[in-house]
Ligand binder design. Structure first.
Ligand SMILES: NC(=O)C1=CN([C@@H]2O[C@H](COP(=O)(O)OP(=O)(O)OC[C@H]3O[C@@H](n4cnc5c(N)ncnc54)[C@H](O)[C@@H]3O)[C@@H](O)[C@H]2O)[C@@H](O)CC1
Ligand SMILES: [K+]
Length: 494
C-alpha cells in the first residue's frame, strides 16, 4: 500500500524531527532527493537547461537548493521568482553554484525551451486558488516539451484534499518528501502528479498511522475456491433489485454477482425484472416477491444481501430496504436504496456490517443538512470520512477516484478505473460484485476495496479491448462490457 498523511501531521512530524537535527538538514535531504531524481530523468546533466519556478516559501527553497546541486554538475540553471522574496540562503546557494535569476518576462520562452522544469511554487503551504503571478507560471507547464518535476506537490493542487481550484502545474513526476500527501492520491490532484516518487527524509518514526492508503493488488486477498468448495461455501448472495419500471439495473447487478464469484445468486423481485434476469442469467435462482416487509421469507438462505438498484423509492421499496436491513447479515445498499435510506437513517442502527456505495449526489442526500453535491465532489476525503462516522457504515464514494472509508481506519483510495466507467449501469455491476465478495466471507472493508479494484480494472480492460486497433486503444463501453471483462480482471490477480 502507498500511505499518505494529512498536512498537519506532516508538519508536526517535521517539527519533531527538526528539533533533533542541525538547522536546514531536512531541506538539504529534500533537495538532494529532488536533484537525484532530476539527474535520473535527464539524459545528460552536464549542459542540460533547467528552469526553476520558485515561490516565496520553503517549497521554493527546496527547488533552489536542488537547482544549485544540478548547477554544480554542469547544468545551465535559471530561476524564475514568483514573488519579491525567495528563500535567501537557497538563492545564495544557487548563485554561488553558477545559476542565475531570470527576469519575469523571460519565463515563458525559458520554460518552453527547457529540458527540465522544477516546480517549487507552492508545496504543503499552498492555500486556495493560485494567485498571480504563480498561476501564470503554473500554466506554462501545460505547454512545454520539458520534463516537469513537481517539488513535494504540483503547485495549485491542495495537498490535503486533491482539490484543484484554477491553474495548477501538470507534472510528469512529483517528488514528495517523508510521506505522500492525500492530494497526490485523490483526483483531480492525482491526475496532475504524473509518477510519484517518495524521498525518505527520516520522518518515519515521527509519523502517526496513515490517514489514507492507496490499494495495491497484493493487498486484496480475494478467497479463491478450493477443491472442497461447494456453492454454499463460496457464498450465496441475495439481490433485491429492479421494479416494474426499472429492469436493467437488476440484470446488471446480478451479472456483477455471477461474474464476481458468488457460489449462487438468489434474485428476488417483482415479475418483470425476474423474467429478464432469468433470460439473461439462467444460473441465478429467482423468486417473485411482493413489496412488503415479509418479502424475504420466500427467498431462501443467503450469506449477504444487496438491495437497491432499480428498486424505486416508493413505500414498497422502503419495505424491502427495511426487510433486508433488519436481517443480521452483511448488507450492501446502493442506488434507490440509498435514496430510501436518506429518509430512514434509523435502519442503519444494526450490528451486522453495512456497505453503502453512493456517488456524490446520493451522499449529499444521505448526509442531509448542509451537504451539497459540489462540496462533496471538491472535498471527497473529508466527506467520505464523515459519512462513515455518521452513518456507522463502510462507505464507498464513487467518482473519478473511488474512496472507501470505515470509522477509525485509514481511507482507502482505489487506483484502477477509467473515465469511460462514468456511464449508466456500471454502479449496478459494482454492487453485485461487492455483494458476491461479501457473501464469500470477506469483511465489508475488504469486499468494498477488492470490488472497487476489480470493477475499475474491468472497466479499463473493456475500454482497451473495445478500442484495439484504434490509436489511443480506448473506446466507450457499456455496463455489460464491464460484466464481460470481470473474469479477465480476476485473472490478473491469480
Ligand atoms: N518543514 C520542513 O521541515 C520541510 C519542508 N519542506 C518543504 O517546505 C514546503 C512547505 O513550505 P512552506 O510552509 O514555506 O509553504 P510553501 O512553500 O509550500 O508555500 C508557502 C508560499 O506559497 C505562497 N502561497 C501560498 N498559497 C498561495 C496561493 N494560493 N497563490 C500564490 N501563492 C501562494 C505563500 O505566500 C508562501 O510564499 C514543503 O512542501 C516542502 O517542499 C522540505 O524542505 C522538507 C522539510
Ligand atoms: K510544488
Amino acid at each position: 500500500m502507498r500511505y499518505a498523511h494529512e498536512v498537519g501531521k506532516v508538519r508536526a512530524a517535521e517539527q519533531a524531527l527538526m528539533a533533533r537535527l542541525p538547522e536546514g538538514t531536512l531541506m538539504q535531504r529534500a533537495a538532494a532527493g529532488l536533484a537525484a531524481v532530476c539527474c535520473r530523468l535527464l539524459p545528460r546533466v552536464y549542459g542540460a537547461h533547467v528552469v526553476l519556478l520558485v515561490g516565496g516559501g520553503d517549497n521554493g527553497g527546496d527547488a533552489l537548493y536542488a537547482g544549485a546541486r544540478l548547477a554544480r554538475r554542469g547544468a545551465r540553471v535559471e530561476a524564475v521568482l514568483a514573488g519579491s522574496k525567495a528563500h535567501p540562503q537557497g538563492l545564495a546557494a544557487l548563485r554561488e553554484a553558477g545559476g542565475r535569476v531570470l527576469p519575469a518576462d523571460r519565463a515563458e520562452p525559458a520554460v518552453r525551451h527547457a529540458d527540465l522544469v522544477i516546480d517549487g511554487l507552492t508545496g504543503i503551504g499552498g492555500t486556495g486558488a493560485l494567485r498571480e503571478p504563480y498561476a501564470a507560471l503554473a500554466r506554462l507547464t501545460e505547454d512545454t516539451d520539458a520534463i516537469v518535476v513537481a517539488c513535494d506537490v504540483p503547485s495549485g493542487v491542495d495537498a490535503g484534499t486533491g482539490r484543484v481550484d484554477g491553474a495548477a502545474v501538470r507534472a510528469d513526476v512529483t517528488v514528495t518528501f517523508g510521506t505522500c500527501k492525500p492530494g497526490l492520491l485523490i483526483d483531480p490532484g492525482a491526475a496532475r502528479c504524473g509518477t510519484v516518487e517518495l524521498i525518505d527524509i527520516g520522518l518515519g518514526a515521527d509519523l502517526p498511522d496513515p490517514d489514507v492508503v492507496a490499494v495495491w493488488p497484493e493487498d486484496l486477498h480475494i478467497p479463491l475456491p478450493s477443491p472442497e468448495s461447494d456453492k454454499y461455501r463460496r457464498g450465496v448472495v441475495g439481490i433485491v433489485a429492479g421494479s416494474e419500471r426499472y429492469t436493467g439495473a437488476a440484470v446488471l447487478c446480478v451479472g456483477g454477482a455471477v461474474r464476481g464469484g458468488a457460489g449462487m445468486v438468489r434474485f428476488a423481485s417483482v415479475p418483470r425484472p425476474v423474467e429478464l434476469v432469468r433470460q439473461r442469467w439462467p444460473e441465478a435462482v429467482t423468486t417473485i416477491i411482493e413489496r412488503t416487509p415479509a418479502a424475504l421469507e420466500k427467498v431462501g438462505r443467503v450469506q449477504a444481501w444487496v438491495v437497491g438498484p432499480g428498486l424505486g423509492t416508493d413505500r414498497g421499496a422502503e419495505a424491502l430496504v427495511e426487510a433486508v436491513l433488519r436481517t443480521e447479515l452483511p448488507v450492501l445498499v446502493d442506488a434507490d436504496g440509498l435514496t430510501v435510506l436518506a429518509r430512514r437513517r434509523d435502519l442503519l442502527r444494526r450490528q451486522a456490517p453495512t456497505v453503502l456505495t453512493p456517488h456524490a449526489g446520493e451522499l449529499a442526500r444521505l448526509l442531509g443538512r448542509d451537504a451539497r453535491r459540489e462540496e462533496i465532489e471538491a472535498r471527497r476525503l473529508e466527506h467520505v470520512r464523515r459519512a462513515a462516522a455518521e452513518l456507522s457504515a463502510t462507505v464507498l464514494l464513487k467518482g473519478s477516484t473511488t474512496l472507501i472509508a470505515e470509522q477509525d481506519r485509514p481511507v482507502r483510495v482505489n487506483p484502477t478505473g477509467t473515465p469511460w466507467l462514468a456511464t449508466a449501469g456500471t454502479g449496478d455491476v459494482l454492487s453485485g460484485l461487492i455483494g458476491a465478495l461479501l457473501a464469500g466471507g470477506m469483511t465489508a472493508l475488504e469486499a468494498a476495496t477488492a470490488g472497487a479494484y476489480l470493477h475499475g480494472l474491468a472497466g479499463r480492460l473493456a475500454a482497451s479491448a473495445a478500442g484495439s486497433g484504434a490509436r489511443t486503444g480506448q473506446a466507450p463501453i457499456g455496463a455489460h462490457d464491464v460484466v464481460t471483462a470481470l473474469p479477465d480482471a480476476f485473472r490478473t490477480l491469480s
